[in-house]
Design a protein around this ligand. Structure first.
Ligand code: KIV
Ligand code: ZN
Length: 387
């Protein structure tokens, strides 16, 4: 029997996620979230960008000193000050990782860095070597890889692996790539970079076109061994790949992707709620996996199917993501079967004329009210029947 490949989950809620406008967290909140990420079972926690601020430095240092059994990562640009500061924050970690990055796309080279291709390769190699002089677990990201020429990306990746990078992360920094393109980039690197087997290929997708999860999955399909993501998909602008979505896609469709993660999926909803309450960033009601409606059914035909056999309309079990049960919402689209079932749970065994009368009254009430609650039903039965 061949064993399933385990995809590493690199969580960047505390770094890229915290860069979401309006999402900054205080120190105690960051420590609570780090604990939740450990309980969730992520492989790597990117705890911050140590040179960015004293708060970031403190967060990375304390997460590094306090959490064992998980890799703790700090971000740095390819210069001495950033890398030295990152190491200072990480040095007490049981499993430290330094993540260095440098932009490689023509737009960034020309307008932001004002560097030639040769200078970019030289600086990237310099950064990786300096980071590797502190710790053997170095990740390199060619920022804006999604818009970098394929030949040049291969050249950079080969050079940084030779310089000691153990993970090479491919960011679609501006969320521009399509799934087919992202898959092709990863496949090209696998096919053309001579030393590619010495590093884990990773993917880091932004969600500007709503494609971050699809792009990350396309990367996995083509050989990426690590996905960078955040809880609830928070992050710069439209956010990052959502951890809960990519994890549940891999788990639910193991038959297709032939791989899984080490995530304890029962912790997904509690972790999502913690991050939402802490940052104040609300989760949209219909968000996959963790939105309030993700396991709620209102349509009569669906409710009837669900009551007969759950798998008619559910591809995942709510218990598996940390919810207690499916929610059959009683509203104007609900049918007699769902009403009968709910009344039974509330202790009312109604049949025949009694059930018909309550159903008619329920429909009238549901036209006025978006959701009919259990208390409404109890009053309705008491007013309508002799029971
Ligand atoms: O989006 C990006 O390019 C990043 C890098 C620092 C990995 O966040
Ligand atoms: Zn990013």
């Amino acid at each position: 029997m061949t064993s399933k490949q385990m995809i590493k989950i690199f969580d960047t809620t505390l770094r890229d996620g915290e860069q979401s406008p309006g999402a900054s967290m205080n120190h105690e909140e960051k420590m609570l979230i780090a604990q939740a990420l450990v309980d969730l079972g992520v492989d790597v926690i990117e705890a911050g960008f140590p040179i960015a601020s004293p708060d970031d430095f403190k967060a990375v240092s304390e997460v590094a000193a306090n959490f064992r059994g998980v890799e703790i990562c700090g971000l740095a640009r390819c210069n001495d000050a950033d890398i030295d500061r990152a190491w200072e924050a990480l040095r007490h970690a049981e499993r430290p990782r330094i993540h260095v990055f440098l932009a490689t796309s023509p737009i960034h080279r020309e307008f932001k860095l004002k560097m030639s291709k040769e200078q970019v390769v030289e600086r990237a190699v310099y950064g990786v070597r300096r980071a590797a002089s502190y710790c053997d677990n170095v990740e390199f990201s060619p920022e804006d890889a999604g818009r970098t020429e394929a030949d040049f990306l291969c050249e950079v990746v080969e050079a940084v692996i030779a310089a000691g990078a153990r993970t090479v992360n491919i960011p679609d920094t501006v969320g521009y790539a399509t799934p087919a393109e992202m898959g092709r980039i990863i496949r090209t690197l696998k096919d053309r970079v001579a030393n590619i087997e010495r590093a884990v290929l990773s993917v880091h997708c932004h969600n500007d076109l709503g494609l971050a999860v699809a792009n990350s999955l396309a990367a996995v399909e083509n050989g990426a061994g690590q996905v960078e993501c955040t809880i609830n998909g928070i992050g710069e602008r439209a956010g990052n790949c959502s951890l809960e979505e990519v994890v549940m896609a891999l788990r639910t469709r193991q038959d297709y992707y032939q791989c899984d993660t080490r995530i304890n999926s029962k912790r997904l909803v509690p972790t999502s709620r913690l991050v939402s309450e802490t940052t104040g960033l609300l989760v949209q009601r219909n968000k996959a996996i963790v939105g309030r409606n993700a396991f709620a059914h209102e349509a009569g035909i669906h409710q009837d199917g669900m009551l007969k056999e759950r798998t008619t309309y559910e591809i995942m079990r709510p218990e598996d993501v940390g919810l207690s049960s499916t929610d059959l919402v009683l509203g104007k689209h609900s049918g007699r079967a769902a009403l009968h079932d709910r009344l039974k749970r509330l202790g009312f065994e109604l049949t025949g004329e009694d059930l018909n009368r309550v159903f008619d009254e329920f429909k009238r009430l549901a036209d006025r009210k978006k959701e009919v609650l259990d208390d409404d039903l109890v009053s309705l039965v008491q007013q309508t029947c002799s029971c």
